[in-house]
Design a protein around this ligand. Sequence first.
Ligand code: RIB
Length: 290
Amino acid sequence: MAKLAVIGSCSVDLVVEAARRPQAGETLFAEHFFMSCGGKGANQAVAAARLGADVAMIGAIGEDAYGEMLCENFVKNGVDARFLMTLPGVSTGTAHITLTEGDNSILVVPAANFQLTAAHIEQALDQLGELDMVLLQNEVPQDVTEDAIRLCAERNIPVLWNPAPARELAPDVMAMCRYITPNDHELALLFDVADPLELSAEWQEKLIVTRGKNGVDYYDGKRVHRVAGETVTAVDTTGAGDTFNGAFAVAISEGQDLETALRFANHAAALSITAHGAQGAMPWRNEMEA
Ligand code: RIB
């Protein structure tokens, strides 16, 4: 069984579904509202746990009803929530999502997520001991992300860094990551090159570019390989990238080769968008095998 830890955000998603987004100064009636568990870190942890990994979540929540809701959700999904900092007087993070025609736009209020500290992460890593992989994203403070990657490097723990939302990282820290999984927009911010092939030598089989329904590309040092995506009817794309990252970490930690692991992750991501909510349709392992 893959043993993973996810360091990152835990948020409650407040989602409004509407026919279209309002323009500045405009008021529109929406179709409906729902609340669900989210945060890129938490989503990746739940995705990996549902696919059979032993997963610990390292993050921060407020001492409030949203924090309790997230804790209960971790327990329900088999994620080890012992390494969550519960902060009195601070709100749990929220994401304010507008969903139109299956696609989303998101405003995140980080709140407790921005109180996560490197000292807390260090303690958690010391207690967790050997890990097959640590997953990180960009929804906790940048210096904390950088320190966390350094702490993993010191312990020889492979890191998968999902640079979402887009933000640059110190180049020496980026080089410590085993896998980096940007989408096109994040790729453009991270690597200032005209042709992605220029990245090949340094980033071969390390850089995995996610391209939504088109699948993913990776660089093998000589050429770009495309691992095709799957066509499904999208109900809600929120969390598809997180499902991809969680699933990829599970597959690669189980010893699957890169292509097979990417196909597994694409399949999980495709299934995840067939119902509402970031975690609503994230598949369990038996659903993947079916
Ligand atoms: O990647 C999707 C997630 O991003 C949502 O669940 C929301 O919390 C935002 O952080």
